[in-house]
Design a protein around this ligand. Structure first.
Ligand code: SF4
Ligand code: SF4
Ligand code: FES
Length: 832
């Protein structure tokens, strides 16, 4: 076949796709060639020379252009290069013969090792990489045994220096392979580190302020083949051989990256298993081998000493600790007496099993199952979402990806990374947003609209709509859309309340249906949800309320799990104070502080469960850290309450709850935990093996998850999404406040104990220079914003990229979740 090449490596005849590098062909044949600078996800550079091999190619007669044969007339004559060649930069060719283990190759390798070690400190006994270091292992296998270089002649430099607050560099250990620099340039798109000086004086430096300013920086510590780069939270923390891997799923956004927590028992935690570090776990359907720094460092909140450890009930105005029995008895009595006036409010951090049990409990009490989210459309993504087989890493020419009302770099970093790569492979990205975002860098079409015009903007892509005569960005984006083979639409919630967001989702869904871009791989609607399991919550029957306060007002008893409505909108306190409130959470949140009963929940790191990500892949997470004595898993708490009320709910294990889900929930029918745990061979081959070192990334032996089938499609004739009522004009002297989502937010599920503390966003109000001039605002000054839930103090930032008339604020600054569009702030009080 024309696209395949047959060659021989160490007497093994193999056939691989044309263009495969010799090093990869060998790896596929089970023949391992050592590498340092080569990484299957980076462009080859041939810098370290450790992969040298002997290569022969069939000799061609220059006059006839025909192969030359040996005397037998059958065997092609081979011509070997006089010098060895780097197998990581040489593509395979027909009839090639590769020898990886000749005396010549071995001698060359010995010399390379001797050279690489001329300035290496050999401090393996105290090095963080010791035990999983390719340099250490390969030196033992191929090194010369002794060096002709003097120890005193080595470079002696100060030990670890910070490249930023997250990553430390030990310059002596660096073997100058350039993997870290190339990762930052090629994959992360943040060229914030680089080589400085030359020769033995060469070192890695950071060019950014703050240092190593990239949300993907931790990946460089994984792929560094020596202990030169280490993370702030792991270095000197443990030795690799003391650690046990525990598979998990990141709980910080809708991507659902596959993780491996490395755990060990520690005396200072009373013999409990504690997490020592986070590593990526390969899942080519989800995150490949990369994770963002929030996923790597963000789990620390689960270790906070401020975690709730005991149930609390309110007595004489105070929350006091009680036993589980006492607390559950009060909950039982209140729920019995609630007379169908119950509301359950769930957050997107709950697992499918938790949500299923809570929903059944609320249903049995004839109550309402509410979702704490400001985005709509989870029912539509179930019908026309990304279909099974969707693979962002394989998008390319002919594929169109539209991103509307979302800043993916901040909201779903690994999707941003994958779509950047898709654009590099030829896919057309259309970025639609009122303000610049980092996806603009790789978007072929950038469409700006005013906040409030999201639905109108998508409607312009509908086939029935008249194309605007102008050759504007929207028209060219529309033409790209019309010729697309496959289309994915990612929709976020920036600048919208629940109703507008629902309309936007409907319009996007309608566009996909009318243009037949649904129901097959790489087509469909994707919600950029603000949580790991918002999609699962929709699937389990939870719905956001258009007016959350009004919905809560109707209930007598309110059961809030993994949500903090008061933290998000202090005005919600007014409603909750009048109700009997049960809060189930990890922390004494603002909502928990005014609850009548508080139940401590186990963190996702301490228990089992499953999440459904934004691409509708259901994935399992497993217990990593040891369980704390007080808290209980959410699904088990709901089951215990159910048992008291005579409702048999499964509470023994998450796997058994999932069996119930698989019997009753459309799209999940017939699924099981063993199926979610199924794996398949994944490419590129990476692994942690010493020879062909892809990094400390883990192979996936615990499950790639299962993509959900689409549920039956609704009646789309009736789904002619109306335009929302036009946004009210902003009166002179007022500011349209728009909450935006930032990665390093200050939510309770992130802020505590994280090494990212310095990068947490502060409440900054960004305004355009014209707006600042109109309102008399000065950069860096503090102003008080009078919001309905109370005043908040913010620092002014004057920024040309903010649309005029708009004030951008991080969502965590306290803007209510479901306020219509955004607020108009009429007056601002300057802080003197
Ligand atoms: S720090 Fe590590 S990854 Fe970067 S060049 Fe040095 S050895 Fe290579
Ligand atoms: S991209 Fe999202 S899911 Fe992945 S590691 Fe980052 S925060 Fe976690
Ligand atoms: S030159 Fe091939 S791995 Fe470095």
């Amino acid at each position: 076949m024309g696209n395949e090449v047959t060659l021989t490596i160490d007497d093994k005849v193999i056939t691989v796709p044309a263009g495969t590098l010799v090093v990869d062909a060998a790896r596929q044949a089970g023949i391992r060639i050592p590498v340092f600078c080569y990484h299957p996800e980076l462009k080859p550079v041939g810098m370290c020379r450790v992969c040298l091999v002997d290569i022969g190619r069939p000799e061609i007669d220059r006059t006839t252009g025909q192969p030359v044969y040996e005397a037998d007339g059958v065997t092609p004559r081979l011509r070997f290069s006089p010098k060895l060649e780097t197998s990581c930069t040489t593509p395979v060719s027909p009839g090639m013969v590769v020898r990886t283990n000749t005396d010549k190759v071995k001698a060359a390798r010995r010399e390379i090792f001797e050279f690489i070690l001329t300035s290496h400190p050999l401090d393996c006994p105290v090095c963080d990489k010791g035990g999983e270091c390719p340099l250490q292992n390969l030196t033992m296998m191929f090194g010369p045994g002794e060096s002709r270089f003097e120890f005193e002649d080595k470079m002696h430099l100060a030990k670890q220096v910070p490249l930023g607050e997250l990553i430390y560099l030990d310059r002596e250990r660096c073997i100058q392979c350039g993997r870290c620099v190339r990762f930052q340039e090629e994959i992360a798109g943040d060229a914030v580190i680089g080589f400085y000086n030359r020769g033995r004086g060469l070192e890695i430096v950071t060019y950014s302020e703050p240092g190593f300013d990239s949300i993907f920086s931790g990946n460089t510590t994984d792929i560094c083949p020596v202990g030169a780069l280490t993370t702030a939270d792991f270095r000197f923390g443990a030795r690799p051989w003391e650690l046990t891997p525990a598979a998990s799923i990141c709980s910080h956004c809708a991507v659902g990256c596959n993780l491996m927590y490395n755990v060990r028992r520690e005396a200072r935690s009373n013999g409990r298993l504690v997490i020592k570090r986070t590593m990526p776990r390969q899942n080519e359907w989800v995150n490949g081998i990369w994770i963002c720094d929030k996923g790597r460092f963000g789990y620390h909140y689960t270790e906070s000493t401020q975690r709730l450890s005991q149930p609390l009930i309110r007595r004489e105005g105070e929350l006091v600790p009680v036993t589980w029995d006492e607390a559950l008895e009060v909950v039982e009595d209140k729920l019995r007496a609630s007379d169908s006036q119950v509301a359950g409010l769930a957050g997107g951090r709950l697992s499918n099993e938790d949500l299923f049990n809570l929903r059944r409990l609320i249903q049995a009490l004839d109550g309402e199952a509410l979702l704490h989210s400001y985005m709509g459309g989870g029912d539509l993504t179930a019908q026309v979402g990304a279909a099974p087989g969707t693979d962002l890493s394989r998008l390319g020419k002919g594929d169109v990806v539209m991103i509307i009302a979302s800043d993916l770099h901040e909201e779903a970093p690994i999707w941003w990374l994958q779509l950047k790569q898709a654009a590099e492979h030829g896919a057309t990205v259309i970025s639609l947003n009122p303000r610049p975002t980092r996806q603009d860098a790789f978007a072929a079409h950038i469409v700006r609209y005013a906040y409030g015009e999201e639905v109108k903007t998508i409607r312009a892509f509908l086939p029935a709509e008249k194309e605007s005569p102008a050759a504007d960005a929207l028209s060219s984006a529309r033409r790209a859309f019309e010729t697309a083979k496959d289309v994915l639409i990612f929709f976020g919630g920036e600048g919208m309340d629940y109703e507008t967001s629902s309309l936007l989702a409907r319009t996007c869904a309608e566009l996909l249906v009318r243009t037949a871009h649904y129901g097959r791989a790489n087509n469909g609607l994707v919600g950029v949800w603000q949580g790991p399991n918002i999609q699962g919550a929709w699937d389990m029957g939870f719905r956001p309320a258009a007016d959350l306060k009004a919905a809560l007002e109707k209930a007598r008893t309110i059961y809030i799990a993994a949500a903090d409505p008061v933290g998000d909108d202090p005005a919600a306190a007014e409603v909750l104070r009048k109700k009997f409130v049960i809060v189930q959470d990890l922390f004494l949140s603002e909502t928990a502080k005014l609850a009548d009963v508080v139940l401590p929940a186990a963190a996702y790191t301490e228990r089992e469960g499953s999440y459904t990500n934004g691409l509708r892949r259901v994935q399992r997470f497993y217990p990593a850290a040891g369980a704390l004595p007080g808290p209980r898993a959410d699904f088990a708490i709901f089951a215990q309450i159910g048992a008291r009320l005579g409702l048999p709910l499964e509470g023994k294990s998450a796997a058994l709850v999932f069996d119930h889900i698989a019997r009753r929930t459309p799209a999940y029918l017939g699924l099981s935990y063993p199926e979610l745990a199924r794996t398949e061979k994944q490419y590129p081959l990476v692994g942690r093996t010493a020879m062909y070192y892809g990094g400390t990334v883990y192979d996936n032996d615990q499950g790639l998850g299962v993509p959900l089938p689409l549920v039956e499609i609704g009646d789309w004739d009736k789904l002619d999404a109306p335009l929302p009522s036009p946004a009210a004009a902003v009166p002179a002297g007022a500011l349209l406040l728009v909450p935006i989502t930032r990665l390093y937010d200050r939510g309770t599920a992130f802020s505590f104990l994280t090494p990212l503390e310095k990068r947490l966003v502060s409440p900054v109000l960004s305004v355009h220079p014209q707006t600042a001039a109109r309102l008399g605002l000065v950069a860096e000054e503090q102003v008080v914003l009078p919001l309905p839930g109370g005043d908040i103090m913010v620092k002014v930032s004057v920024d040309e990229t903010t649309p005029p008339g708009v004030g951008l604020l991080p969502r965590s600054a306290g803007i209510p979740l479901a306020e219509p569009l955004a607020m108009l702030v009429q007056k601002m009080v300057k802080e003197i």
